[in-house]
Design a protein around this ligand. Sequence first.
Ligand code: PEP
Length: 251
Amino acid sequence: MRKKIVAGNWKMNKNYAEGIELAKEVSNLVGNKTFHCEIILGTPFIHLAEAVKVVNSQKISVAAQNCANKPSGAYTGEVSAEMIKSTGASHVIIGHSERRAYYAETYQTLKEKVDLALQNNLIPIFCIGEKLSERETSIHFDIVKAQIQESLFHLSEENFGRIVLAYEPVWAIGTGVTATPDQAQEMHFFIRNVISDKYGKGIADVTTILYGGSCNPSNAKELFSNPDVDGGLIGGASLKADDFLKIVDAF
Ligand code: PEP
């Protein structure tokens, strides 16, 4: 059985007090209930250490949204994987399309980030996904395959087995347009086959592949009911504790 996960990505939202309040709210709503998925909060760096303290760590993990591609040193403004790990966070989102687009992250820098995350015992949530123009010109499968190959296929079987993937079609992120359940399943199935061709069916079958892109309480259940969709990476809807919990509860 592969892990099911619902992870929030708060992006650059919430000041310090608001973020800690949101983390507490989510943790209170989770309470002692049992859900059929792991719950992760992807917070800005400033919230990590305190968020780890205020949530029930038996039920909720905390993720950073990025890490540096260098281990340490004179890189003003950067935050290393080791620093993230020292906050108590357990995961790090790497390769989000906003970072690829606005911060010119390349296959190579993402590969370095993945390596540093793994070396520091952080689980990478590695994002992949095509732009609208790429889907319209039917190169979306090639694009997604290249994103996986170029930044992840240097990994050993053991290390690849530690990665969580998130398929996030760029045209669906923050747009209110969601991939249809069929589109999501088709791509997730393709991704699993790409992994299987390289690492074998055993690894492919246990790799968690999340869907991201305008996932909300009303479409989550249908998206998550696909056999190859193992949960979601949730942007906008993770900023409201109630909505986020409804998505968690969709499993
Ligand atoms: C995201 O940023 O990872 C995301 C999926 O955003 P949204 O849910 O707002 O589309």
